[in-house]
Design a protein around this ligand. Structure first.
Ligand code: VGL
Ligand code: ZN
Length: 208
């Protein structure tokens, strides 16, 4: 058994004050920092959009964030402009200890399709390389943390299961966007039903 910590999208645009701020998103950072030394491998994902990305409401006439459109055959929630490549909002937060992070996998770079998961775009058309990387290192177990619980963390966890990893979600190391108030609760229930183990950072640290 080899364990990797997966840190999803700890970027300024998802933190309080950011373009797509997750309420209390900053509270997960110290927890993630505490977890990092206990893993065989630490990997991060980074939402990394070109300015003309199709998930931005501003790139569609008369559309607003929160509306849902058909984007090249896939249902797409429209978001405020966020995590534009090389912008300050797209940077990994300085408060996150980046020393233990071996590799950063970028996603959402194709303007025609969104990518919530760190493994594949939303149509499972292209891989980021994360699966091959983790398998090449002999990783069996993934511990998921970061933002946002109801989008990128959720879809990363689902793809982890799909690609044969044992997936664990550290519930106090994630927060949701909650476009609907119960979105995070629903996401966690769905993940649990699909075989993802839900546990707290306290549980993880006690096991190690
Ligand atoms: C995310 C919405 C749009 C996330 C990224 O990191 O959860 N959510 N892009
Ligand atoms: Zn995005």
């Amino acid at each position: 058994m080899k364990k990797a910590l997966i840190i999803v999208d700890i970027q300024y645009d998802f933190l309080p004050g950011g373009a797509l701020a997750v309420t209390k998103g900053d509270q997960v950072i110290s927890i993630i920092n505490r977890l990092q030394p206990h893993f065989d491998l630490v990997v991060a994902t980074q939402d990394w959009h070109p300015a003309d990305h199709g998930s931005f409401a501003a790139n569609h006439a008369d559309k607003h964030p929160g509306e849902v459109i058909d984007l090249h055959g896939l249902s797409q929630v429209l978001w405020p402009v966020h995590c534009v490549q090389h912008s300050e909002g797209a940077a990994l937060a300085q408060e996150l200890d980046q020393e233990p992070i071996q590799e950063v996998f970028q996603k959402g770079t194709d303007p025609t399709i969104d990518s919530y998961s760190g493994f594949y775009d939303n149509g499972h058309r292209k891989a980021t390389g994360l699966t091959d990387y983790l398998k090449s290192k002999g990783v069996t177990d993934l511990y998921l943390t970061g933002l946002a619980a109801d989008y990128c963390v959720k879809f990363t966890a689902l793809d982890a299961v799909r690609d044969g990893f044992k997936a664990h979600l550290i519930t106090d190391a994630t927060r949701g966007v909650n476009l609907q108030p119960d979105d995070t609760e629903k996401a966690l229930a769905e993940l649990k039903a699909k075989g993802v183990e839900l546990l707290t950072s306290h549980d993880v640290l006690a096991q190690m």
